[in-house]
Write a protein that binds this ligand. Sequence first.
Ligand code: HSE
Length: 312
Amino acid sequence: MRSVRVRAYCSSANLGPGFDALAVALDAFYDEVEVRVESGSGKVIVESVYGPYANQVSNPTTVVGAVKEFKQFKGLGLEDVDVVIRLFKGVPIGSGLGSSGASAAATVVALANLFYPSIKPEEMVYIAGLAEAYAAGSPHFDNVAASTLGKLVALAILDKGLVVKKVDFDAWFAIAMPVKNIFGEGKTKAMREVVPKTIELRKAVANWSRVAVMMISALQGDLETFGKMMELDEIVEPARSKLIPCYEEVRKAAKKANSLGVTISGAGPSIIALAKDKSHAKEVAEAMANAYSKCVEAIPIITKTAPQAHII
Ligand code: HSE
């Protein structure tokens, strides 16, 4: 019997104009996945789901999906073993903090350690992103890239596979997170459906130019410019923000507290702002949570960027 336990942190995807292309790993919450291999007949067994957010897991689809996609991608039959999983669910579900992605990333990194240590990081991200489709309806790779590799990541989808780059970006973020899962199951799928299917070239240029500037700013440690670009999404944020209660009020509160930039975290409903340092993050997070709580009860979270998924 072999087993391994892997921790993967939560993440915030998009960071404004970088829809499906940018994300940051955050040390606010984490999932852990323990994978055990036993002789058997090719089954995937989720033995237990526990931890603070276990009761929100109706069906650990991305964990099971990650095992299926891993076996398929690597052509591993594994017909003579059962893969037994224990999931510690430490990332709140439906919050916009990459909960399903953290589970998928932890599962894939654990499987890689057990069955395919020579796997490339980009292949792990690819497999975990395919597993996201089990929860979100279509694959997306940004959350899993951050949870797998840590810090700030940017990715490009190719005809076959991905290119993923990581920047060692250290920063403090403020988050206002609704206490309850206000959108319920299927949130990411629904929030992906409201994103415009076609866009004007002018808007596309606006967004990709801002993403390019963000990445160079991150490399230069220029938080101010990074933050300024973060709040200039012309495509996704305008469509989604209408569905987030008190969004404008929370945005204004973050700006009043001099945040460097504010936007929707992933598909929402959490709202994330870049701060100058830890104490500024606290100030911004409290201002945002107060404003949010006028519509739905929300809590302030401060967090810095997190490392890659790792064995514990
Ligand atoms: N890029 C994805 C989206 C992230 O915005 O739909 C979901 O967390």
